[in-house]
Write a protein that binds this ligand. Sequence first.
Ligand code: HEC
Length: 623
Amino acid sequence: MTRMGRLALSSAWTLGCMVVASGVSAAPAAPPNGEATYAKYCASCHEQVGARIPTRSALEQMSPGRILRTLDFGAMMSIAYPIRRDERDAVARYLGHGSDDPPPLASAFCKADRAIMAGPARDSWQGWSPAADNVRYQNAQSAGLMAADVPKLQLKWAYGFAGDVTAFGAPTIINGTIFTGSAGGAVQAIDAKTGCLHWLYQSNGPVRSAMSVTAEGGKTTLVFSDQNGWVHALDAKTGKMLWRKRPEEHEGTRLTGSPAEYQGVVYVPAASWEETRSIDPNYQCCTFRGSITAMRARDGAVVWKTFLVDPPKQTGKTAAGTPTFGPSGAGVWARPTVDAKRGLLYITTGDNYSHPATSMSDAIVALDIKTGKIVWATQVTPKDVYNSSCGAKGANCPEDAGPDYDFGSSAILVKTAAGKDVVAAGQKSGMVYAVDPDQNGKMLWQARVGKGGTNGGVQWGMASDGRNIYASVSDVVRPPGGIGGPGPVGNANLDPNLGGGITALRIEDGSKVWTTPGVPCAPPRAGCSPAQPGAVTVIDGAVFSGSMDGHIRAYSTADGKIVWDFDTRKTYTTVNGAQAKGGSLDGAGPVIAGGMVLVNSGYPRFGGEPGNALLAFGLPGGN
Ligand code: HEC
């Protein structure tokens, strides 16, 4: 049987081919050939016998799906950045062998006594944040956890994402059932109390978005996106697909941000791989346009679509003669925030990838929720034209490159003690901005919570309990000269003492209530960082934040004192029988409901450590 023939037997990767077939390539490209891709991008290392380099024969024992995952989200991420999606598929098929990871063990599945979504309605955390304001606050009743008990939290169970090296799906909990994506693209429904598995659905790409939840006509519909540009809708009860669509044609589309839901419509943010793909000097940079697509949850019909930049035109050529295009970028990386009172949707945007610079990059933008029309926009960093080729001053880097200060996290809708609404957003620059939704986004205050940088500042999101805003920062420090140099990507060594920290700000004026600095790695070790890039979560009296060294900590909201600390970097015996270990904490933050605190561990990017564990903490004797 040919390699292609063998692959066709595997449903997951047949879907992978569909992605390519329906995608519109931004740059004209020859049909991908696995052997040629291997020769160009892999052979220089994998044809030699080195202490740390697995040989080609070792790679040939892996499944195509597993190789693809390594390129997309594993050890080879920084090498794979310039490689197109169809080339990745081709090289994985060329090298790989056998079928994808085996199905879960029969013993992993729930018995009849654990029905799906049968718990109390309060045991829920729906979507990226329990409410549309995106503040990642869980009230006492739903949390089932008092601040005084937080120091007693202990590990209740661990679940392994089989075959993965990353754990980054943002969990959603409905009536005691967890719905989570994974790096391998398997979306799984897991019982929150016991960790048993209800069902598993194979997506078209890695899934990190949280599920949006729509209840209509007695049916609960989950809508989520994957990293290859697909939006999926499932019946929550059965895991059966209701529909699947690509809201955006661009080949480099990368859907990371969770959809928001309002009255039966989901709002899907779109960002892309293009910024990193431009590391390749032959890549025609750049044509992707950040957007929001409003889709009906019932059938995926598009209600409206709004782009954040105008259609690109050719703007010139690089020194190497490669045509350049623009405007581009202003990707939307995070869940939109619904303001039902004003009928607005707030989004935050990333940088422009190429010239010309536009007014809607690095901005907080308000859209009419019914029509998608842009009502106002507050740009905080103008002229931020940047792409990943700038890390090594590559051909596609604009001469006057900007600082790469994307907004990577959602705007949050908060209220002052006097009842005044405020929209706040944390940026990679290390700044938190607060704007006035009643004065077209006029700046109310700004506060610095970190140093900022391409991997610095606020990355995945802040939290608020209505008193303060809690912002943790990455501020990872890479000493120059580490592997890959001081650029934005690459597995450079990290400074084990510098980075991280969490600050509480007053909603009224942004003044600091307290700051707790990052905790140096102990013992100091190469490749370890105290950075706190992950999203923050708050309950009454305690705020939770993870760090790249693998620690999850809870801080007192009163004074920032650390009240609980657990090192997740270990090997686990799992409830589903999959091998699992912990690593860096990054991305989606902890999720709390029904007395359980869920934490993903493992994030091998930007120098982080791999891992594939979903950990559930609870109180002794409880549950
Ligand atoms: C610059 C050298 C280099 C290049 C180029 C390179 N690799 Fe690797 N690769 C490595 C090293 C080193 C490791 C082991 C990483 C580790 O775990 O420490 C590795 C690991 C892997 C693994 C994981 C093996 C496992 O045990 O899980 C896969 C799969 C892989 N590479 C595939 C590829 C493919 C496909 C390409 C080309 C698209 C490629 N690599 C290009 C150096 C390279």
